[in-house]
Structure formats: C-alpha cells, structure tokens
Design a protein around this ligand. Structure first.
Ligand code: HAM
Length: 403
C-alpha cells in the first residue's frame, strides 16, 4: 500500500468543512480591511528564499524542498508566502508605481521539519502583506486583523510582542550581544556557536535551557532601540491598549526569518501543545529593496491553518440543506425523485438504504443537514413526509406536494 509522505496530510470530509469555514471567515475579514487576493506559484527559484528568509535561518539552512528541475534551474517548494508575494510585487513594477498595495493569500507551504503534532512538512497558511505604509498604525492594523479572525472563530490567544529595531540601532545592539555571549562561550550549545557567526540575535531564541540561563542578563533589544524605533513601539502599545488588545512583551522574540525589522509578533495558543504559535508576523521594510525593488515599507503576518483546526468553534448556522432517507424499500424510488426535485434549490443528500428513524437522524446530523426528511410505506399511503428541522429541533408531517 502506498501512503502519503510523512508530515503530509489529506484534508477531507469534516476537516475540509472546517478548513473552508476558516478560509471563508478569514477572507471576509481581510476584504473588510481592504485587502485583495493574490496567488503566487508553489515553486520558486531557490535564490528568492535564500535572499529573503535568509541563509542562516533553519528554514533555508535545513528545511527546503530544493531540487534541480529538468531545465537545470535550482528551484524549491515555497516554505512561506511572503517572499513570493514580494517577488510578484516587484515583478509587476508595483514598487515603482508607489501607493498602497494590500494582499492576502492562502495555500500550501513546505518545510522539511521533523513531523510531530502541529508540525507538518506540508501545511497551509493564510497570510497578508501590506506595502507602502511606514506608519506603525499599519502594524497595529495587522495585529487587529489576526485578533478579529481568531475571535470570529472562537479561538483564544496570547499575543507576544517585540521590536527588532532598525539599521540605526540593531548593528550596535548585535555587537553588544556578541560581546556578552562570547564571554559565556564555553557554556553555550553548538547551535548558538554557529548562530554567533551567522545571525547572533537568534541565540535569544535558543530552546536549550542552559543557554537561556546564561542569557538571562544579556543586553535586551528593547532597551537598546533608537528614539524612532522606541517611539514607534510605544505608539503600537498605545493603539493596542486603546483597542483592548492584550499583549505580553517578549524581548527574546526574534522570529525564525531574517527579513524583519521593528515590530515582530506571535499569537500563541495554550490549548494545542508544544507547537503553540498559531500566527506570526512583523515589519520588513528592507525586503523589497533587498530583492532589487524600489525601497518600500511593508508589514504582514501568516496564520498556520492546521494548528487552528481543532480550536475552531463551528457555528450551528452552518447547517444547511436536506437529508432524505427511506424507511422501507418501497420508499426508495420516491426518495430519489424527491431529492432530484429538491436539488434544484437546495443541497440534498439521500440515503436509499432503508434504516430506522434514529439512524437516519444520526446520519443527517453527521453531515450537518438542516432538515432530515424521512419517508416510509405509511407516508406513501398518506401522501405525506415526516420532516425535522435539526437546527430548531422541531418536527412535523407535511403533504408531499408541499415538500
Ligand atoms: P512563520 O512564523 O514561519 O511566519 O509561520 C507562520 C505560521 O505558520 C506559524 O505561526 C505556524 O502557525 C505555521 N507554521 C509554520 N511552520 C509550520 C509547520 N511546519 N507545520 C504547521 N504549521 C506551521 C511566516 O511564514 C511569515 N511568512 C509570516 C509573515 C508574513 N511575516 C510577514 N508577512
């Protein structure tokens, strides 16, 4: 038997309903915020991710589905959505056009990680990218949008916030941090030794407990921001306070991708185990320029759809359509005929295997039908049909003609 690859799941039946419900809810909210849909290819040149996500990141260093195609091109399956959207933005010369451009997307992403609960090799993101606004108000808007999406789905969260500074304050901070970490170099893990060379601030994010103990007194990013970054961060906190969005400051939040500056945030759930990040994002003002576009400020986020699946509270109102079942063999022909007529206006599922009423009701409930209609030999004789509204829990017998 051939199974799916490790960390790559099928999405079907009830999961698919949840999945579509998520996409519809998030799309509706993104459109209310004035964002437009964008679709980019699953396959891109490897260089795109090396230059954006960064060669020192785990994503590019260890997790890419990278290969040489038949035309000798070095390509890879996208590990995230931002780089492709930025590439499209530049390729369409929207950077040269100026103005504000806001996009949302959803689709599969690929990372060759060690699979576990909540960590897949093929997973889906819903993401948003906003170009052309350097105001921290847009950062706050991003956070509000994630919050609105999660609230609409009945999902609780904790928001963690940090500022990564900009070219005016980050380089000096990095030097301070390197000096500090070098002093405790004998005690740090092998990954942190490598990080010191490739991307020093990522030591702050090390999952090794003994490294974390050594870094307790390390210089803090937030205490080393330049006045502009510091003021922006204060403004961001004020906007979130004014809009009743709770947050925690996490000075060690550095994100796993290299393109961020200033605002960085993650939404965490306490209810899904160790892979608790359900969304992440931040500002990336240098990326467009870095990919050879005209300098354009930008900010965005992505939500991990699989991590939300079990948390989504499906609304009762999603019940729709009819389920029609036969109680006796002689009712089967009529069930097919009735369903054929009903489908002109409503979604209608039938079961022509005869069963008792309880079993039909259970089957109708399972497929989220709004009405369960059942017909047997008595009803045929009377020219009626028994029908239950599963949403309002009311039942009645009506004339077949009326049905
Ligand atoms: P990210 O934090 O790498 O950010 O991913 C966003 C979300 O995708 C995570 O919070 C998590 O929910 C989900 N995710 C990541 N890896 C996996 C995995 N292996 N299995 C299941 N879910 C996963 C980005 O990708 C950035 N592009 C976000 C962004 C957009 N920043 C600015 N704009």
């Amino acid at each position: 038997m051939i199974n799916s690859l490790r960390g790559m799941n099928d999405i079907l039946s009830e999961d698919y309903e949840r999945f579509t419900y998520f996409i519809n809810t998030a799309t509706e909210i993104a459109q209310k915020y004035g964002f437009h849909f964008i679709e980019t290819p699953l396959l891109e040149e490897t260089a795109l991710f090396k230059r954006s996500v960064g060669e020192s990141s785990d994503i590019v260093g260890k997790e890419m589905y990278q290969f040489i195609d038949k035309g000798e091109n070095d390509v890879c399956l996208r590990p995230e959505g931002t780089a492709g959207v930025v590439r499209a933005f530049i390729q369409k010369k929207l950077d040269k056009a100026g103005g504000i451009h806001r996009y949302f997307y959803h689709g599969a992403m690929f990372r060759y990680e060690r699979p576990q609960k909540g960590r897949l090799r093929q997973f889906h993101q819903f993401g948003v990218e906003s170009f052309g606004i350097d105001s921290v108000y847009e950062d706050a808007t991003m956070i509000m949008m994630v919050s609105d999406i999660l609230k609409a789905l009945g999902i609780g969260y904790r928001l963690q916030l940090n500022s990564l500074g900009d070219i005016n304050c980050m380089p000096a901070y990095k030097e301070n941090l390197i000096d500090y970490v070098r002093k405790c170099k004998d005690g740090i893990c092998i990954d942190c030794v490598r990080r010191l060379e490739t991307n020093p601030i990522r030591v702050l994010d090390c999952k090794n407990g003994s490294c974390q103990e050594l870094y307790v007194d390390a210089p803090k990013l937030l205490q080393n921001l330049c006045p502009t970054c510091s003021n922006d961060f204060d403004t961001l906190k004020k906007i979130l306070d004014d809009n009743s969005i709770d947050y925690e400051i996490d000075t060690n939040l550095v994100r796993g991708l290299d393109y961020y500056s200033k605002t960085a945030f993650e939404f965490i759930s306490n209810d899904i185990g160790s892979q608790s990040a359900i969304a992440g994002g931040g500002r990336y003002d240098k990326l467009v320029e870095f990919l050879d576009g005209r300098p354009t400020p930008a900010v965005g986020f992505a939500i991990g759809i699989e991590r939300l699946m079990e948390l989504i509270v499906m609304p009762e109102s999603l019940r729709n359509g009819y389920y029609i079942g036969a109680m006796d063999d002689e009712a089967v022909d009529l069930v097919i005929k009735l369903a054929h007529a009903k489908r002109k206006t409503d979604k209608t599922t039938i079961d022509y295997k005869t069963k008792n009423l309880q079993k039909h009701l259970k089957a109708a409930d399972k497929i989220n039908a709004k009405y369960c209609a059942v017909i047997g030999s008595n009803e045929i004789k009377d020219g009626t049909i028994w029908i239950k509204n599963l949403k309002e829990k009311t039942e009645k017998i009506i004339e077949l003609k009326e049905f």
